[in-house]
Ligand binder design. Structure first.
Ligand code: ZN
Ligand code: ZN
Length: 440
């Protein structure tokens, strides 16, 4: 898979640099982890699809083999910045680095993991996760405080804390004070002051994605997390508390630091950002939490006759001809014409169909052929007809509506198709793809 995709990059960029290859390998792993999280977070998943064996371990092994850097100069400096907070002084002038508080810690985790020999010990993995969790935690707090106005920052900068302890309120005091002095705040005119409880809840929310990614990597590479099962929905707080325990991230209710002087590290991370004179751009970057929503099918009516009525007798929006063979896209809901008859619809419709396949779903489309009731699955130019989502009261299909039975939406088939689609597992459902290209 990596080789195949690498050749795809190769076609577009004649000589992809090592940096591009590294980014590409990280993005493959990241995609798989995010997809897994999405499946775990999505209700209505079919167990036969999700209980398949994951290939993440093998994929990680291949990416690790192909990763172009083995703990080189830049990775050592990166680790140094994360673990000790010391800024890079040995970088060449043309080497630019992203401040750590603006970096994606899940990507940093994968970058460090891939630069190490396969497979580091679980103890070492936990050290890396802990150090990156501390960064994620401070990123969250930095974001929350930068969203405050100047007055609120000033209030928090004066709270009395035990300065000898690494506690959230001490970090809050220190970061507020620094941002207040640097005039780094939002201009919102708001008299409401956050409570420590609400700040803690926001930190948990903003750290959620990193904790899930780190826990999944641990699950695949080191130790199965048997209780975190897809379709068993746990309240977010409960889930994140259990995952934090699983990763052993906290020590006496506060994140554990390997350095004796966490405030110095945080101070250095802040300096990396505050030295930049781009406050508005920084605020935009840090406020956005990457949230991936599960893709959904359109809502289908229970009775096929309702679907048939709503899709039939439609006209082509370009040439106004009656659409003889309507296809309903289950992803965006448009009805388009598939003309395999001699009487072709217009060229604009053909072009639109080809563009729709690409733009609606990135060349993997699922739709219903309204006349036959079958499910049409297209992947680029290949296609196949899968069984119908609508059955009569005896559980039988009525292809091409020959028998005139009343058909009802079958929830189990819909669940199976949806689960295979969002888990990139359609091949498990499909016995054979057509060898002919799809006739638009
Ligand atoms: Zn569509
Ligand atoms: Zn037309």
């Amino acid at each position: 898979m990596v080789d195949k995709n690498y050749r795809t990059i190769d076609k577009q960029i004649k000589q992809p640099s090592d940096d591009i290859l590294a980014l590409f390998l990280i993005s493959i792993l990241r995609f798989n982890l995010e997809n897994d999280i999405l499946i775990r977070d999505t209700p209505f998943i079919d167990s036969t699809i999700i209980n398949r064996k994951s290939c993440f371990r093998e994929l990680f092994y291949i990416c690790n083999l192909k990763y172009p850097y083995l703990l080189n100069h830049s990775h050592i400096l990166l680790w140094h910045r994360i673990a000790t907070g010391h800024m890079n002084t040995k970088l060449n002038n043309n080497e630019q680095t992203v401040p750590l508080l603006l970096s994606d810690s899940a990507v940093l985790l994968l970058r460090i993991m891939l630069s190490l020999p396969y497979l580091i010990t679980k103890e070492l993995y936990r050290v890396i996760v802990q150090v990156l969790f501390n960064l994620t935690y401070i990123q969250a707090l930095f974001t929350i405080i930068s969203e405050m106005n100047k007055t609120e920052q000033e209030i928090w900068s004066r709270i009395s804390t035990d300065k000898t302890k690494n506690t959230m309120s001490e970090y809050l005091r220190m970061i507020s004070s620094k941002l207040f002095q640097s005039n780094f705040n939002s201009n919102i005119d708001n008299t409401k002051i956050s409570s420590l409880e609400s700040i803690n809840a926001l930190i948990r929310e903003r750290c959620g994605n990193f904790i899930k990614i780190a826990a999944l990597i641990q699950h695949y590479l080191y130790q199965s997390i048997t209780w975190w099962i897809p379709d068993h929905h746990l309240h977010f707080d409960h889930l994140s508390k259990n995952l934090i325990n699983e990763l052993q991230l906290y020590n006496n209710d506060e994140p554990y630091w390997f350095s004796n002087d966490s405030l110095l590290i945080i101070n250095n991370w802040l300096d990396e950002v505050l030295i930049l004179d781009k406050q508005q751009s920084i605020l935009k970057i840090i406020h956005a939490i990457p949230v991936f929503h599960s893709p959904q099918f359109i809502e289908l009516p229970t009775c096929y006759s309702d679907l048939f009525r709503s899709c039939n007798h439609r006209r082509c929006s370009y040439c106004q001809e009656l659409i003889i063979e309507p296809i309903l896209c289950l992803i965006c809901g448009i009805v388009y014409s598939q003309e395999r008859t001699k009487k072709q619809c217009c060229d604009q419709q053909t072009r639109f169909n080809q563009e729709h396949l690409l733009l609606c779903s990135g060349n993997l489309n699922i739709s219903i052929n309204i006349n036959s009731t079958k499910t049409l699955i297209q992947r680029e130019k290949r296609y196949t007809y899968w069984i119908s989502l609508y059955l009569d009261q005896h559980g039988e299909e009525d292809l091409n509506l020959r028998r005139g039975r009343i058909l009802y939406l079958d929830k189990n088939r819909l669940k199976l198709l949806y689960s295979a689609w969002i888990s990139s597992n359609l091949d498990q459902l499909i016995n054979r793809w057509s060898t002919d290209p799809f006739d638009f």
